[in-house]
Ligand binder design. Sequence first.
Ligand SMILES: C[S@@+](CC[C@H](N)C(=O)[O-])C[C@H]1O[C@@H](n2cnc3c(N)ncnc32)[C@H](O)[C@@H]1O
Length: 295
Amino acid sequence: MLRESAARNIKPLLSDDAWQALRRLSPQAVRRDLEKARKQVADAERSATEANARARSAEQRLQQSRAGAGDGLTALAKQFGTDKWGSWHHYTPHYARHLGHLRDERFTLLEIGIGGYAREKQGGASLRMWRSYFPKAQILGLDIEDKSFVDTDRIRTYQGSQTDEQLLNQIVDDADDLKVIIDDGSHRCEHIRATFDILYPLLPDDGIYAIEDLQTSYWPRFGGSADVNATFTSMALVKSFLDDLNWEEFTPVDREPSYVQSHLIALHAYHNLVFLEKGENNEKSVNGRRDPAKP
Ligand SMILES: C[S@@+](CC[C@H](N)C(=O)[O-])C[C@H]1O[C@@H](n2cnc3c(N)ncnc32)[C@H](O)[C@@H]1O
Protein backbone atom coordinates (compact mmCIF):
# COMPACT_ATOMS: atom_id res chain seq x y z
CA MET A 1 0.00 0.00 0.00
CA LEU A 2 2.74 2.42 1.07
CA ARG A 3 5.00 1.27 -1.74
CA GLU A 4 2.20 1.71 -4.33
CA SER A 5 1.41 5.17 -3.09
CA ALA A 6 5.13 6.07 -3.17
CA ALA A 7 5.47 4.72 -6.71
CA ARG A 8 2.51 6.78 -7.79
CA ASN A 9 3.35 10.03 -6.01
CA ILE A 10 7.09 10.20 -5.37
CA LYS A 11 8.66 8.27 -8.26
CA PRO A 12 7.68 10.88 -10.89
CA LEU A 13 9.51 13.51 -8.85
CA LEU A 14 12.85 11.65 -8.62
CA SER A 15 15.63 10.58 -10.96
CA ASP A 16 15.95 6.84 -11.60
CA ASP A 17 19.05 6.64 -9.39
CA ALA A 18 17.33 8.43 -6.52
CA TRP A 19 14.26 6.25 -6.84
CA GLN A 20 16.38 3.06 -6.80
CA ALA A 21 18.24 4.31 -3.69
CA LEU A 22 14.90 4.99 -2.01
CA ARG A 23 13.66 1.51 -2.83
CA ARG A 24 16.76 0.00 -1.23
CA LEU A 25 15.96 1.69 2.08
CA SER A 26 14.40 -0.63 4.61
CA PRO A 27 12.18 0.77 7.41
CA GLN A 28 14.55 -0.86 9.95
CA ALA A 29 17.55 0.92 8.41
CA VAL A 30 15.71 4.24 8.53
CA ARG A 31 14.80 3.67 12.19
CA ARG A 32 18.42 2.76 12.98
CA ASP A 33 19.69 5.94 11.32
CA LEU A 34 17.06 7.95 13.14
CA GLU A 35 18.09 6.45 16.47
CA LYS A 36 21.74 7.16 15.70
CA ALA A 37 20.98 10.79 14.86
CA ARG A 38 18.90 11.18 18.03
CA LYS A 39 21.78 9.79 20.11
CA GLN A 40 24.22 12.19 18.45
CA VAL A 41 21.94 15.12 19.27
CA ALA A 42 21.60 13.93 22.90
CA ASP A 43 25.41 13.54 23.20
CA ALA A 44 25.94 17.03 21.78
CA GLU A 45 23.39 18.47 24.20
CA ARG A 46 25.08 16.71 27.14
CA SER A 47 28.51 18.04 26.06
CA ALA A 48 27.12 21.58 25.78
CA THR A 49 25.57 21.32 29.27
CA GLU A 50 28.85 20.05 30.72
CA ALA A 51 30.81 22.83 28.99
CA ASN A 52 28.37 25.41 30.39
CA ALA A 53 28.76 23.98 33.90
CA ARG A 54 32.56 24.09 33.58
CA ALA A 55 32.40 27.72 32.38
CA ARG A 56 30.10 28.63 35.28
CA SER A 57 32.40 27.01 37.82
CA ALA A 58 35.46 28.76 36.32
CA GLU A 59 33.58 32.08 36.51
CA GLN A 60 32.72 31.36 40.16
CA ARG A 61 36.36 30.54 40.96
CA LEU A 62 37.42 33.80 39.28
CA GLN A 63 34.84 35.77 41.27
CA GLN A 64 35.97 34.10 44.49
CA SER A 65 39.61 34.81 43.87
CA ARG A 66 38.83 38.46 42.95
CA ALA A 67 36.88 38.69 46.16
CA GLY A 68 39.80 37.35 48.19
CA ALA A 69 37.77 34.32 49.17
CA GLY A 70 38.69 32.89 52.55
CA ASP A 71 40.06 36.16 53.80
CA GLY A 72 36.66 37.55 54.69
CA LEU A 73 37.33 41.22 53.99
CA THR A 74 35.03 41.29 50.98
CA ALA A 75 32.25 39.71 53.01
CA LEU A 76 32.77 42.39 55.69
CA ALA A 77 32.72 45.14 53.05
CA LYS A 78 29.35 43.85 51.87
CA GLN A 79 28.08 43.42 55.43
CA PHE A 80 28.94 46.99 56.45
CA GLY A 81 28.12 48.54 53.08
CA THR A 82 31.38 50.21 52.06
CA ASP A 83 32.01 50.56 48.36
CA LYS A 84 35.52 49.16 48.74
CA TRP A 85 33.94 46.12 47.08
CA GLY A 86 31.08 46.50 44.64
CA SER A 87 30.14 47.39 41.14
CA TRP A 88 32.65 50.27 40.90
CA HIS A 89 35.57 49.23 43.05
CA HIS A 90 37.24 45.90 43.68
CA TYR A 91 39.68 46.98 46.37
CA THR A 92 39.17 44.45 49.18
CA PRO A 93 41.34 41.62 47.76
CA HIS A 94 44.17 44.14 47.37
CA TYR A 95 43.68 45.38 50.93
CA ALA A 96 43.66 41.79 52.17
CA ARG A 97 46.92 41.16 50.32
CA HIS A 98 48.68 44.22 51.72
CA LEU A 99 47.17 44.47 55.20
CA GLY A 100 46.28 40.85 55.97
CA HIS A 101 49.51 40.33 57.92
CA LEU A 102 48.31 42.88 60.51
CA ARG A 103 45.07 41.10 61.38
CA ASP A 104 46.13 39.98 64.83
CA GLU A 105 48.29 42.97 65.64
CA ARG A 106 47.70 45.92 67.94
CA PHE A 107 48.19 49.03 65.82
CA THR A 108 46.40 52.14 64.57
CA LEU A 109 44.78 52.58 61.17
CA LEU A 110 43.80 56.07 60.02
CA GLU A 111 41.30 56.49 57.20
CA ILE A 112 40.61 59.89 55.68
CA GLY A 113 37.01 60.04 54.46
CA ILE A 114 34.41 58.40 56.68
CA GLY A 115 31.58 58.48 54.14
CA GLY A 116 28.07 59.84 53.93
CA TYR A 117 29.27 63.38 53.11
CA ALA A 118 26.90 65.97 54.67
CA ARG A 119 24.07 63.48 55.08
CA GLU A 120 23.13 63.19 58.73
CA LYS A 121 24.06 59.90 60.43
CA GLN A 122 25.36 58.47 57.16
CA GLY A 123 28.79 56.91 56.75
CA GLY A 124 31.20 54.93 58.86
CA ALA A 125 30.93 51.74 56.80
CA SER A 126 34.63 51.30 56.15
CA LEU A 127 35.65 52.20 59.73
CA ARG A 128 33.30 49.49 61.00
CA MET A 129 34.67 47.05 58.45
CA TRP A 130 38.25 47.74 59.58
CA ARG A 131 37.25 47.42 63.25
CA SER A 132 35.83 44.00 62.54
CA TYR A 133 38.69 42.87 60.30
CA PHE A 134 41.38 43.98 62.79
CA PRO A 135 40.05 42.87 66.18
CA LYS A 136 42.93 44.45 68.15
CA ALA A 137 43.41 47.66 66.17
CA GLN A 138 42.45 51.24 66.95
CA ILE A 139 40.57 52.74 64.01
CA LEU A 140 40.72 56.50 63.44
CA GLY A 141 38.67 58.38 60.88
CA LEU A 142 38.82 61.95 59.62
CA ASP A 143 36.04 63.70 57.72
CA ILE A 144 35.21 67.27 56.86
CA GLU A 145 31.75 66.56 58.31
CA ASP A 146 30.85 65.61 61.87
CA LYS A 147 30.80 61.82 62.00
CA SER A 148 31.00 61.44 65.77
CA PHE A 149 27.94 59.15 65.74
CA VAL A 150 30.34 56.46 64.42
CA ASP A 151 32.52 56.62 67.56
CA THR A 152 32.56 53.43 69.61
CA ASP A 153 35.14 51.28 71.32
CA ARG A 154 38.20 51.20 69.01
CA ILE A 155 36.72 53.75 66.56
CA ARG A 156 37.46 57.44 67.02
CA THR A 157 36.48 60.12 64.52
CA TYR A 158 37.85 63.59 63.93
CA GLN A 159 36.21 66.42 62.06
CA GLY A 160 38.29 68.65 59.82
CA SER A 161 40.05 69.03 56.51
CA GLN A 162 42.48 66.46 55.21
CA THR A 163 44.87 69.30 54.42
CA ASP A 164 44.81 70.81 57.92
CA GLU A 165 48.41 70.25 58.96
CA GLN A 166 47.87 71.03 62.63
CA LEU A 167 44.95 68.62 62.88
CA LEU A 168 46.81 65.85 61.05
CA ASN A 169 49.75 66.28 63.44
CA GLN A 170 47.39 66.08 66.40
CA ILE A 171 45.75 62.90 65.07
CA VAL A 172 49.11 61.22 64.55
CA ASP A 173 50.22 62.33 68.02
CA ASP A 174 47.12 60.65 69.48
CA ALA A 175 47.79 57.41 67.56
CA ASP A 176 49.59 54.49 69.15
CA ASP A 177 51.73 52.59 66.68
CA LEU A 178 50.30 54.09 63.50
CA LYS A 179 50.80 51.55 60.72
CA VAL A 180 48.22 52.27 58.02
CA ILE A 181 46.97 55.48 56.42
CA ILE A 182 44.24 55.38 53.77
CA ASP A 183 43.29 58.46 51.76
CA ASP A 184 39.64 58.00 50.71
CA GLY A 185 38.69 61.63 51.30
CA SER A 186 37.86 64.39 48.83
CA HIS A 187 39.75 62.69 45.97
CA ARG A 188 40.79 66.13 44.77
CA CYS A 189 44.29 66.02 43.30
CA GLU A 190 45.62 68.98 45.27
CA HIS A 191 44.23 67.49 48.50
CA ILE A 192 45.71 64.05 47.85
CA ARG A 193 49.10 65.62 47.20
CA ALA A 194 48.98 67.97 50.20
CA THR A 195 47.78 65.24 52.57
CA PHE A 196 50.55 62.96 51.39
CA ASP A 197 53.17 65.68 51.90
CA ILE A 198 51.99 66.17 55.49
CA LEU A 199 51.23 62.61 56.53
CA TYR A 200 53.85 60.46 54.83
CA PRO A 201 56.72 61.82 56.95
CA LEU A 202 54.59 61.19 60.06
CA LEU A 203 54.07 57.52 59.21
CA PRO A 204 56.66 55.27 60.87
CA ASP A 205 58.85 52.91 58.84
CA ASP A 206 57.05 49.63 58.00
CA GLY A 207 53.87 51.68 57.60
CA ILE A 208 51.59 51.43 54.58
CA TYR A 209 50.03 54.41 52.81
CA ALA A 210 47.09 53.77 50.46
CA ILE A 211 45.39 56.17 48.07
CA GLU A 212 41.99 55.25 46.62
CA ASP A 213 39.93 56.39 43.65
CA LEU A 214 42.80 57.64 41.56
CA GLN A 215 40.48 57.84 38.55
CA THR A 216 39.83 61.42 39.64
CA SER A 217 43.39 62.19 38.57
CA TYR A 218 42.00 62.33 35.03
CA TRP A 219 38.92 64.43 35.92
CA PRO A 220 39.26 68.23 35.65
CA ARG A 221 36.41 68.76 38.11
CA PHE A 222 38.55 67.04 40.75
CA GLY A 223 41.61 69.10 39.87
CA GLY A 224 42.85 66.40 37.50
CA SER A 225 43.55 66.23 33.79
CA ALA A 226 43.08 63.77 30.96
CA ASP A 227 46.57 64.78 29.83
CA VAL A 228 48.70 61.94 31.18
CA ASN A 229 51.74 64.21 31.11
CA ALA A 230 50.16 66.79 33.44
CA THR A 231 52.43 67.33 36.41
CA PHE A 232 49.89 68.49 39.02
CA THR A 233 47.64 65.42 39.20
CA SER A 234 47.53 62.69 41.80
CA MET A 235 48.70 60.17 39.20
CA ALA A 236 51.70 62.37 38.43
CA LEU A 237 52.57 62.05 42.12
CA VAL A 238 52.15 58.25 41.92
CA LYS A 239 54.34 58.07 38.82
CA SER A 240 57.05 60.09 40.55
CA PHE A 241 57.24 57.35 43.20
CA LEU A 242 58.73 54.99 40.62
CA ASP A 243 61.68 57.31 40.12
CA ASP A 244 61.85 57.90 43.87
CA LEU A 245 62.30 54.17 44.42
CA ASN A 246 65.30 54.21 42.10
CA TRP A 247 66.79 57.56 43.10
CA GLU A 248 70.24 56.05 43.69
CA GLU A 249 70.50 55.13 40.02
CA PHE A 250 70.25 58.70 38.71
CA THR A 251 70.90 61.20 41.51
CA PRO A 252 74.35 62.80 41.43
CA VAL A 253 76.51 61.66 44.31
CA ASP A 254 76.72 65.13 45.79
CA ARG A 255 72.91 65.57 45.90
CA GLU A 256 70.88 64.40 48.89
CA PRO A 257 67.74 62.35 48.24
CA SER A 258 64.32 63.79 48.97
CA TYR A 259 62.40 62.52 51.99
CA VAL A 260 60.21 60.22 49.89
CA GLN A 261 63.19 58.92 47.92
CA SER A 262 64.96 57.77 51.04
CA HIS A 263 61.80 56.41 52.73
CA LEU A 264 59.96 54.44 50.06
CA ILE A 265 60.67 50.76 49.55
CA ALA A 266 57.75 49.54 47.44
CA LEU A 267 54.88 50.77 45.32
CA HIS A 268 51.95 48.49 44.44
CA ALA A 269 49.59 49.90 41.85
CA TYR A 270 46.14 48.56 40.98
CA HIS A 271 43.21 49.96 39.06
CA ASN A 272 42.55 53.32 40.83
CA LEU A 273 44.38 52.23 43.99
CA VAL A 274 47.99 52.33 45.16
CA PHE A 275 49.87 51.15 48.23
CA LEU A 276 53.20 52.54 49.34
CA GLU A 277 55.44 50.68 51.75
CA LYS A 278 57.56 52.88 53.92
CA GLY A 279 61.11 52.00 54.93
CA GLU A 280 64.73 52.97 54.42
CA ASN A 281 65.53 53.04 50.74
CA ASN A 282 69.29 52.85 50.50
CA GLU A 283 70.20 49.62 48.80
CA LYS A 284 72.98 51.43 46.93
CA SER A 285 73.23 51.93 43.22
CA VAL A 286 73.86 48.94 40.99
CA ASN A 287 76.66 50.78 39.19
CA GLY A 288 78.10 52.33 42.32
CA ARG A 289 77.35 55.96 41.40
CA ARG A 290 76.41 56.71 44.98
CA ASP A 291 79.72 55.39 46.27
CA PRO A 292 81.99 58.49 46.38
CA ALA A 293 85.02 56.21 46.41
CA LYS A 294 84.18 55.11 42.87
CA PRO A 295 84.52 57.32 39.77
C1 LIG B 1 34.18 58.37 49.47
S1 LIG B 1 33.62 58.97 51.01
C2 LIG B 1 34.45 57.88 52.14
C3 LIG B 1 33.93 56.49 52.11
C4 LIG B 1 34.41 55.59 53.20
N1 LIG B 1 35.86 55.66 53.40
C5 LIG B 1 34.04 54.15 52.88
O1 LIG B 1 34.83 53.45 52.23
O2 LIG B 1 32.95 53.73 53.29
C6 LIG B 1 34.50 60.46 51.11
C7 LIG B 1 34.31 61.24 52.39
O3 LIG B 1 35.32 62.24 52.41
C8 LIG B 1 34.81 63.41 53.03
N2 LIG B 1 35.59 64.57 52.60
C9 LIG B 1 35.40 65.35 51.51
N3 LIG B 1 36.30 66.34 51.46
C10 LIG B 1 37.08 66.20 52.55
C11 LIG B 1 38.20 66.92 53.07
N4 LIG B 1 38.69 68.00 52.44
N5 LIG B 1 38.75 66.51 54.22
C12 LIG B 1 38.27 65.41 54.87
N6 LIG B 1 37.22 64.69 54.42
C13 LIG B 1 36.63 65.07 53.28
C14 LIG B 1 33.35 63.44 52.61
O4 LIG B 1 32.58 64.18 53.55
C15 LIG B 1 32.99 61.96 52.51
O5 LIG B 1 32.28 61.55 53.67
